[in-house]
Design a protein around this ligand. Structure first.
Ligand code: ZN
Length: 465
């Protein structure tokens, strides 16, 4: 049973993409309309039009989300699933062997179906990435994988999606997606499903867009949203450090592959806290008083943006082959996470120091902390670092108790030390100053510009070092 309020919302979509007389989506097209007007109640509404064929038609809910390194698609928080064709309700069932696979009975003569679902954003204490707490009374982060189903045979890179969004009154938004039109319905330029899932939306009642970085070149922004206006004051020193972060990243990598870049920075105690990387943005969620409390700012924010920014090069533009599956259903292999996360952690610390977000002492302290933690993790006696990478999909959700013996996702902190040593060896063994970042530059220049991930095996990384 649905509340009358929700039914009213679902009936109030404008004519257009979902109108019965509108053009049918092509075989590799779908439309997706998301309504966040009830996000303050922690429920997101979604409707889709999908090309289909008569018979049993298979749809899938995204399971392996890029950057999350595990089968974390929040299928357990999907509700209100309804399918129709020409206004008639269709029967469906779930594949008993695959909780993410939905089979819809499409009648003869139908060449498209409409699907609707709700995503229930978990309560504030819920940890996780896109499956974690994502909405509060004043702010919400929409990860498109939360609210969609895709035809089973559709490759995300080839599926075109026309997406639109409704927000609560007076809410603003930030996203790397190009928006069209105006008014209370935001329409986005059609993109591939792969790009859509890689392009979250930060929306909120209190949201500031802060341009950062040197003038000229690709634009960079911090999209800053929080639970109140009082929490969003950015001191000039921090703004200048963010400017320096952009400049230093350009010096470090020598080129960039994105059209623009946005840090989607959420300050809230009601949302899960983490950073999640994307090509042209990052989803960065921190405690709400982080700009008011210097200790909190140092421990939870200073290193986060350099890390996630680095991922746009190492992890998004370049990605280990086991993590670039091109599909949200195929299991990812994490064996090269010591490169994906380890090198990113190292270069992120370098960028934090060079941009002034860390003082030199704080930067050395970060490496000392990594060394101390790895010394204390006696699980290194039985579990090699490589196994923490292979087992990342279970270690991210592991409890904190006994983690020194079990080991944690140690490829972050041990990666700091590993890549510090690699950097030192390269500098000592070459007459021309080189480092892992200069090998990144040479590899970047040799390739064409594209936002699609390049798959990397371990061999070129080892030979580059
Ligand atoms: Zn990372």
């Amino acid at each position: 049973m649905r509340s009358s309020a929700i039914a009213l919302v679902l009936l109030s979509w404008p004519c257009g993409l979902l109108a019965q007389g509108g053009p049918s989506p092509g075989p590799s097209e779908m439309s997706l309309q998301v309504d966040l007007r009830e996000a303050p109640r922690r429920i997101f509404h979604s409707r889709m039009r999908i090309a289909a064929r008569p018979g049993q038609f298979a749809l899938r809910y995204p399971k392996w989300i890029p950057g999350e390194h595990g089968p974390n698609g929040p299928i357990g928080d999907v509700a209100g699933l309804v399918f129709t064709a020409s206004g008639k309700r269709l029967s469906w069932h779930r594949d008993s062997d695959d909780m993410f696979r939905i089979l819809v009975d499409v009648p003869q003569g139908a060449n498209e179906i409409e699907a609707q679902l709700d995503f229930i954003s978990p309560p504030p204490e819920t940890r996780g990435f896109s499956g974690g707490a994502s909405a509060s009374a004043h702010v919400a982060v929409l990860s498109w994988n939360q609210v969609l189903l895709q035809p089973e045979e559709a490759a995300p890179a080839r599926m075109r999606v026309s997406a639109s969004l409704r927000l609560p009154a007076r809410w603003k938004f930030g996203t790397p997606l190009r928006s069209q039109g105006g008014g209370d319905l935001i329409s986005f330029a059609p993109v591939s499903l792969e790009e859509l899932v890689d392009s979250p939306v930060l929306a909120g009642e209190f949201l500031h867009e802060i341009p950062i970085g040197p003038p000229g070149g690709a634009p960079h922004f911090v999209e800053l949203a929080g639970e109140s206006e009082d929490l969003l004051h950015v001191e000039p020193q921090l703004k200048s450090q963010w400017d320096a972060l952009v400049a230093q990243a350009q010096l470090l990598f020598g080129a960039h592959h994105y059209r623009s870049y946005r840090f989607l920075l959420t300050l809230s105690d009601d949302l899960a806290h983490f950073g999640l990387e994307h090509h042209e943005s990052s989803d960065d969620r921190v405690p709400e008083r982080v700009l008011l409390d210097p200790d909190l700012r140092l421990s939870r924010l200073a290193g986060l943006l350099p890390h996630e920014f680095t991922h746009s090069w190492n992890g998004k533009y370049r990605r280990p082959q086991g993590l670039a599956t091109g599909d949200y259903q195929k299991p990812m292999r994490g064996d090269l996470l010591w490169v994906y996360e380890g090198l990113t952690n190292y270069l992120g610390n370098v960028l934090a120091a060079r941009s002034g977000l860390f003082t030199p002492d704080q930067s050395r302290g970060a490496f000392a902390f990594s060394a101390d933690m790895m010394w204390a993790h006696r699980g290194r006696q039985w579990r090699p670092l490589a196994d923490t990478a292979v087992a990342a999909q279970v270690l991210y959700g592991a409890r904190d108790d006994w983690d020194a013996w079990r080991r944690d996702v140690d490829f972050y902190l041990e990666g700091d030390l590993l890549w510090l040593e690699a950097d030192t060896m390269i500098r000592e063994a070459t007459t021309v100053p080189r480092s892992p970042s200069s090998t990144n530059r040479s590899r970047r220049r040799a390739s064409s510009s594209t936002s699609r991930p390049r798959r990397e095996s371990s061999r070129p990384t080892r030979s580059a070092c």
